[in-house]
Ligand binder design. Structure first.
Ligand SMILES: [Zn+2]
Length: 160
């Protein structure tokens, strides 16, 4: 089924509410089987060259960088998917796909069967850059497999 603008914007399987770990979170509005498409990360898109010349006010930005260099700012026109918090043992995943127009999109799917009202998480695996400080990305998700960080273990930040 081709993706429409409507399907990019609506997230009927998600609701936003107070999170168990941090600020607001996203919760399942219904039980859903493994693999269920929950929504697409949407917002204003910036190309890589525009991003480099832009300054962001750190904390409350909702940026997601796609593999083609496009950055999606869900702080502008985004939907409930921007409220999925990080966990080291997540129940959802964000993966890239192409829509009917050939545009790269980021879709959220259930990694396992979801229960109604369950809080939803993805593993952020944030890519640190040279100025990143590990202490800014601490994780306290409580999972037995918690890495203690939201950063990608393959791209660790400088420790200081
Ligand atoms: Zn963790």
């Amino acid at each position: 089924m081709p993706l429409t603008r409507l399907s990019l914007l609506t997230t009927p399987l998600l609701r936003v509410g107070p999170s168990s770990v941090h600020g607001l979170g996203a919760f399942a509005t219904a039980a859903a089987p493994k693999g269920t498409l929950l929504g697409f990360y949407d917002g204003k898109r910036y190309s890589a060259d525009v991003i480099d010349s832009k300054t962001w006010n750190d904390q409350l930005t909702y940026l997601f960088v796609l593999s083609d260099g496009t950055t999606i700012d869900a702080g502008r026109g985004g939907n409930a998917t921007r409220h999925l918090n990080h966990a080291c043992a997540p129940n959802c995943e964000a993966t890239e796909a192409y829509d009917a127009a050939g545009r790269l999109v980021l879709e959220f799917r259930a990694l396992r069967k979801l229960k109604v009202d369950e809080e939803l998480f993805i593993d952020y695996r944030l890519q640190a850059d040279a100025s990143s400080v590990a202490a800014d990305y601490l994780c306290t998700c409580g999972a037995a497999t918690c890495r203690g960080t939201m950063l990608d273990p393959d791209h660790p930040a400088a420790t200081r």
